[in-house]
Design a protein around this ligand. Structure first.
Ligand code: ADP
Ligand code: ZN
Length: 601
């Protein structure tokens, strides 16, 4: 912090945004862009990307154009900026001709700090002409990974954004994304002609997210217990693989008193939009969804993301769980995972239409994710290592909080594999476990399996332990599902060494009942005394009323974090209030008196 521009940036950060200090690389990025440089910013969700273009927008002459594919969000983003006292507007297909004209007029007149535009709108000749007649501060290209043809979020219109560089060479560009992998990064640079841009890569760690992967037993009941005990009344996302399971799970949660709504691509567009909108605007809604849900969600106070099915890759897992805790407050990433998930994902890959290459890549990605699920070490270390980042055990994942024991499972693995072999590689885990445990069920006697040498050799372990053994064997590649026979397990090339006693196998113990991992108390309750939790409640009621009156989401008025700070600090006057995070000059002026009134009771 030494040039005058730096001092001015910090001053605006304090007075307009109400934040006491820059976070991570923000200060450098702001300075670089404000000085006219191009930038590529890679920062995790919740890292604070918006400030990286909003502040330069204020520091530079003219209007900042923010390109974003998330049309549904623009209105709320603009509302939030207006709350801060900025001059902001948006241009997309939801506006009528008159509104568009009005917007273009204020742009030409230089009366806007920020203008959000959809990419297809930006590329229209009329828009480009209008831009040529306006004073432009910078172009911010948000969700820049949308240029990648290999990603989920590919938007063909993004490919045309390189035109901006040709038409407006003097206007700095800043591209931003939360996608971590190097291929996407290179694609962004190439397709947007950002070769000259300075690249800012932040750590992709999300320290406030606690990772937990539990052994799947009765997944729905486990989920309900998790929500009730740790996130009662809080907003969350539950991911399921199929539309049917989404509908069933949402209905079931609802019948058990959870405020749950379904979301998937099979629903009609209006219902889908309504559910997304309610999730975004109301408090405490749990959305049950396929991975169709997520892009375009910018809700800061999602307190948990739960997976009832295994994602396809670590990238998917990271992106989906990353929607939790954008506000930096504690949040949970929780997943229930079992043998069925391994079998299902492997089958989907084998039966996919893709090329040999595609399948090989898919298998490698799934294996990396299974490694994360089965590791006895820190989940975060494993996750970050996948993105090329080194780290220390985090103390905020299930394995750190409750280190699993590892046991020598070589004997058990041999028994399990030989049971598969002796029964002809035609049965699923349930039947195999019955054989190992020596149960004379009808199915077993009917097939003479009670006469096999393996019958009853596994009486020393219980069913849950055997399920774990089979799951880990599948995850480690010692058994694979047979696609001809539903649920049947077969041996693999790798099983031979284990059967022959040449390969030792280590497994993690199933922790019976779990529950030793400390429960996350609701954020509202965390660290609050009785007096300030009553105050917090009053603040929330007031915020809800304000939000309704103005037709904006509650977090646009104040984030949970700011309300929690007010409740804890109980400021006595405007000065004390202004020292808290998230209260800039405009909000202080507008809401300060009401807040102080609430604090006084
Ligand atoms: P991203 O777009 O990277 O997901 P946002 O720009 O939405 O992240 O910021 C995430 C949250 O962090 C927001 O609540 C924002 O107000 C807050 N934030 C950003 N920068 C700072 C800062 N310097 N100090 C305090 N809070 C910040
Ligand atoms: Zn850890």
């Amino acid at each position: 912090m030494n040039s005058p521009a730096d001092g001015r940036a910090l001053q605006l950060l304090n007075s307009v945004f109400g934040h006491p200090a820059f976070r991570g690389a923000q200060a450098d990025i702001v300075q670089h862009v404000a000085g006219g440089g191009d930038a590529l910013v890679l920062m995790p969700t919740g890292g604070g990307k918006s400030l990286c273009y909003q502040l330069p927008a204020l520091l530079r002459e003219g209007t900042a154009l923010v390109v974003s594919p998330l049309i549904a969000l623009m209105q709320d983003q603009v509302a939030a900026l207006k709350q801060l006292g900025l001059r902001a507007a948006f241009l997309n297909s939801t506006l009528d001709g008159r509104e568009v004209n009005a917007c273009e007029r204020v742009l030409r007149n230089g009366e806007l700090d920020l203008l959000y535009v959809a990419p297809e709108r930006l590329m229209m000749p009329r828009m480009l002409e209008c831009l040529a007649e306006s004073r432009l501060a910078l172009f911010a290209i948000d969700e820049a990974h949308c240029v990648s043809q290999w990603g989920h979020d590919f938007r063909p219109e993004y490919l045309q954004l390189s035109v901006l560089h040709e038409r407006f060479p003097a206007v700095p560009r800043i591209a931003l994304t939360a996608t971590a992998d190097p291929q996407t990064r290179e694609e962004i640079i190439r397709r947007l002609s950002l070769d000259e841009a300075r690249v800012f890569i932040s750590s992709f760690d999300r320290p406030n997210i606690r990772y937990t992967i539990v052994d799947k037993q009765d997944a729905r009941a486990q989920l309900l217990r998790f929500i009730r005990e740790e996130h009662d009344g809080e907003a969350g996302i539950v991911y399921c693989l199929s539309r049917k399971k989404v509908d069933e799970t949402a209905a079931w949660l609802k019948s058990h008193g959870v405020n749950a709504l379904p979301y998937h691509a099979g629903m009609d567009a209006a219902a889908r939009a309504e559910h997304q909108d309610r999730f975004q605007r109301e408090e405490g809604i749990v959305i049950v969804a396929t991975i169709a849900f997520g892009m375009g969600i910018d809700k800061p106070d999602v307190r948990f993301v739960a997976h009832l099915d295994l994602p396809k890759s670590i990238e998917g897992y990271y992106q989906e769980t990353g929607r939790a805790g954008r506000d930096g407050l504690p949040a949970d990433a929780w997943m229930a995972y079992g043998l069925g998930d391994v079998v299902q994902q492997r089958r989907m890959i084998d039966q996919s239409e893709g090329s040999e290459d595609y399948r090989r890549v898919s298998v490698a990605k799934l294996d990396a994710l299974l490694g994360l699920c089965e590791t006895a070490g820190c989940r975060r270390v494993r996750l970050l290592a996948y993105f090329g980042e080194a780290g220390e055990p985090c103390g905020n994942c299930d394995n750190c909080l409750e280190p699993p024991q590892v046991w020598d499972a070589t004997e058990a693995a041999r028994k399990a594999l030989s049971c598969i072999y002796r029964t002809g590689q035609r049965f699923g885990a349930m039947h195999l476990i019955d054989v190992l445990r020596g149960r004379s069920t009808e199915r077993i006697v009917g097939r003479d399996h009670h006469r096999l040498g393996v019958f009853g050799v596994g009486a020393d372990l219980d069913d849950a332990a055997w399920r774990n053994v089979f799951r880990q064997l599948a995850a480690l590649g010692y058994v694979c599902p047979d696609h001809e026979a539903y649920g049947a397990l077969k041996l693999t090339e790798a099983s031979r060494a284990v059967l022959k006693g040449e390969q030792r196998v280590e497994m993690r113990h199933v922790v019976a009942g779990k529950g030793r991992r400390p429960k996350m108390r609701s954020v509202a309750a965390a660290g609050a005394t009785a007096a300030d939790s009553a105050l917090l409640e009053r603040l929330k009621v007031w915020r809800m009323a304000q939000a309704r009156e103005q037709g904006v989401p509650a977090y646009v008025i104040f984030h949970d974090r700011t309300l929690a700070e007010i409740a804890a600090a109980q400021p006595a006057d405007i000065d004390a209030l202004s020292a808290l995070s998230g209260i800039g000059a405009k909000k202080l002026e507008r809401y300060g008196p009401a807040l102080l009134e609430l604090v006084r009771g």
